[in-house]
Design a protein around this ligand. Structure first.
Ligand code: PHE
Length: 342
């Protein structure tokens, strides 16, 4: 009798015990066959030990003891019902667990939440509207009639039935002014779509729209609001600059720049040497837009602004390429947002 033969006995025992499953009567049969006092397999093996030449006894005895130990342990487990029916399903509850992988919050979501919070603290409400829009809300009511050149700059995705994917969040201004009571103060984040794709443009991106309408609202309110916003979101030391501009739905209109956050106004590659970075478009709601929503421009006035969320995320986190935000690359995304913020 040699060690390989003892291995074979062990394998046979394993197979029989596995076949017995958790049936106590069958486990007992296996016990009797292998570990039975009078005629068990182990008993027989012990008998053979006696007949072996002296020099073979120690090795054989050791292997046999190990086998005995193994068999009695496995039988004990099987009897207690905690032993595995098959080796493969053995579950060691003392092993350290595998922690579930938590996701992280997307940088655009982080920035959106931060902006919402800043405006909520200023008394605004968060609103939204449909991404599939009609011509009236996306263009017409915003003082962009058919064939107006402003339509070309928006590179619209048109859908069947006169519908389109909204090219900006401004249509929600119209929906709000058509349906809500005045005065109103709204912050409106959402997805928008344009046929545009390169380093700085993605066909789907995010904007956040602001709208305030009431009596006695002036351009000074707009300027003060944007300054407060920029100072809380980025840094109180940043300057805000308003440049005259044009939007069909605001009059007067401005493009809003902040001190370049990379070079602090010195001039660098990010700000093309100007020291300024454009972050939003804004203006006083055009009287024609108010009238389209049946609001009397003699009594009410308002301001609106629109800001690219993705661009703000790039600036805030110092990211080189817009496409990173939409890549879905976990190695990139994992660096943002803690589990606590989920
Ligand atoms: N809707 C404009 C755009 O997408 C931004 C804007 C919003 C400008 C509100 C002025 C007022 O470019």
């Amino acid at each position: 009798m040699t060690a390989p033969q003892l291995q074979a006995v062990r394998a046979e025992f394993d197979a029989e015990l596995a076949a017995a499953g958790r049936d106590p009567a069958r486990v007992e049969e296996v016990r009797i066959r292998f570990a039975g006092r009078r005629s068990g397999v182990l008993r027989e093996l012990e008998e053979r030990l006696k007949g072996l030449p002296r020099e073979e006894k120690p090795a054989y005895g050791k292997a046999l003891n190990e086998l005995k130990q193994y068999i009695s342990e496995r039988l004990e487990q099987a009897r207690r019902g905690v032993g595995p029916a098959r080796e493969e399903i053995f579950l060691d509850v003392t092993l350290p667990g595998r922690a579930p992988r938590l996701g992280s919050v997307h940088p655009v979501t982080l920035v959106r939440r931060e902006i919402e919070e800043i405006f909520l603290r200023m008394g605004y409400s968060v609103a939204d509207g449909p991404e599939v829009e009609d011509d009236w809300h996306n263009f017409e009511a915003l003082n962009i009639p058919p064939f107006h050149p402003a339509r070309d700059t928006q590179d619209t995705f048109y859908l069947p039935g006169g519908l389109l994917l909204r090219t900006h969040t401004s249509p929600v201004q119209i929906r709000a002014m058509e349906t809500m009571e005045l005065p109103l103060r709204l912050i409106i984040p959402g997805r928008v779509y344009r046929r545009d794709s390169d380093l700085r443009h993605s066909p789907m991106f995010h904007q956040v729209e602001g709208l305030v309408v009431g009596e006695g609202i002036t351009f000074a309110h707009l300027r003060a609001t944007l300054e407060a916003f920029v100072h809380v979101l980025f840094d109180p030391a940043l300057k805000v600059r308003l440049r005259p501009s044009f939007f069909p739905f605001t009059e007067p209109s401005a493009e809003v720049d902040i001190t370049c956050i990379l070079c602090r106004g010195q001039g660098c590659a990010m700000c093309s040497g100007s020291g300024w970075i454009e972050i939003l478009g804004a203006g006083m709601v055009d009287p024609r837009v108010l009238r389209a929503c049946r609001i009397d421009p003699q009594r009410y006035s308002g301001f609106a602004f629109g800001c690219g969320l993705d661009r703000v995320a790039l600036l805030k986190y110092g990211l080189p390429d817009l496409r990173l935000l939409f890549s879905g690359d976990e190695r990139f995304l994992r660096q943002f947002g803690s589990e606590g913020a989920l």
